[in-house]
Design a protein around this ligand. Structure first.
Ligand code: AMP
Ligand code: MG
Length: 367
């Protein structure tokens, strides 16, 4: 066992400290044990620890400790009514936080956990209102990243964890992204390298027997429909259930880089020529232009700073590279970003959902 961390001072002999935040590098295999133990210890003491999941890095706190959870909101500048996802080490723990769990939830958990699927279920009273945003439901998932699972097991706690970014910024897919946003605001980050999926989990509400995707993500509607043998609806980002948005997070602009992002969709040749016209127009005005493109399109548009996401038909790679590319535009101080649209199939649905949110009203359809 390593000596106990004097967490209050942020002073550790064992780990590098970045502006007061411990950087717990966790290499593969046995070597990660000390880092995981340190991270788990901090969580048990009510501290904030960012950790890798297969989707994006999460900012974790003991989900049953209301004051620790309140600190997540402060660190992220997150609106208090936007509830958090609680991460569990295994599906058996569902019953400790949720009640009246439908049989389909157990089946989905058996099929998709550990993995990028979050289930919205009836909350037990034990879950603090800070976690649920005052709703009577709670969002739960078992993540697939080995370090996340090791941390959850070691801590022996349910861990509430939204994405580990300042609210409104692109989600972090590396520990460096986390430190960029939160160094000095959180106690530690557990570094497990880049996240494989790169976009957030699918949030699925299955209360009432009608599966509704509140946020598209790593598990697709097609997969859920095929597994349950019934249609799975996807709520569009602005759709609401009466007065209250189906998922409070939907009403906030997420995933946005600092520069305005224009998203151009339509026939590929028409998209390319519109991007070219727009790029030239912005360059003429003296603005720096960032192009967010597929490998295919990058070869055809030479001028401007380019971020290449991957081949058009490889939606998983496009999605995995998205947030890192948006953050690099920010770092370069790019004035305006021009992006192309992709096919909305499989994880392409989640990719386009995030691109649209980043674009806000700057969405252009071409024939
Ligand atoms: P984040 O972890 O930052 O990716 O955000 C969590 C997402 O899950 C947000 O979009 C929340 O609105 C959504 N969410 C969390 N809890 C619930 C819940 N009880 N009901 C509906 N959506 C939820
Ligand atoms: Mg988030």
């Amino acid at each position: 066992m390593r000596p106990e961390l004097p967490a209050e001072s942020g002073d550790s002999l064992d780990w590098p400290v970045i502006e007061g935040t411990l950087w717990l590098a966790a290499p593969d295999g046995e070597d990660c044990r000390a880092a995981v133990e340190q991270a788990a210890d901090l969580l048990r003491k009510g501290k904030l620890v960012a950790f890798p999941t297969e989707t994006v890095y999460g900012l974790g706190a003991n989900a049953l400790d209301a004051s620790a959870v309140a600190r997540i909101f402060a660190a992220k500048d997150r609106p208090a009514d936007n509830p958090l996802i609680v991460h569990l080490a295994d599906a058996e723990q569902l019953e400790t936080l949720a009640e009246n769990i439908p049989e389909e939830a157990w089946r989905l958990a058996g099929r998709f956990w550990p993995g990028p699927l979050t289930l919205v279920l009836e909350s037990r009273k034990i879950v603090p209102a800070q976690v649920t945003g005052g709703l009577d439901s709670v969002a739960l998932r078992v993540p697939a990243h080995p370090l996340a699972l090791a941390l959850l097991r070691q801590a022996g706690l349910p861990v509430a964890a939204p994405s580990a970014n300042v609210s409104g910024r692109p989600s972090p897919t590396t520990a460096a992204h986390v430190l960029e946003d939160l160094a000095g605001r959180i106690e530690a980050v557990l570094d497990g390298g880049p996240c494989a999926v790169g976009v957030e989990s699918t949030v699925l509400d299955i209360r009432g027997g009608r599966p509704v995707i509140l946020r598209p993500g790593g598990v697709t509607a097609e997969e859920i429909s095929a597994f349950l043998g019934k249609e799975c609806q996807v709520v569009s980002s602005l759709e609401t259930c009466g007065e209250v948005p189906a998922s409070p997070g939907l009403k906030y602009t997420h995933y946005a880089p600092k520069a305005p992002l224009y998203l151009v969709q339509g026939r590929p040749e028409a998209v390319l020529s519109r991007l070219e016209v727009m790029r030239d127009e912005f360059l003429k005005r003296g603005l720096s232009v960032g192009l967010l493109l597929s490998t295919e399109s990058a070869g055809k548009l030479g001028l401007g700073h380019m971020e290449i996401l991957g081949l058009k038909d490889d939606a998983a790679t496009l999605a995995a590279n998205l947030y890192g590319a948006l953050r690099r535009f920010d770092q370069l101080g790019i004035d305006v970003i021009l992006a192309e649209g992709y096919a909305e199939q499989g994880i392409g649905v989640a990719l386009m959902n995030r691109l649209r949110k980043a674009a806000g009203p700057r969405l252009i359809e071409v024939e």
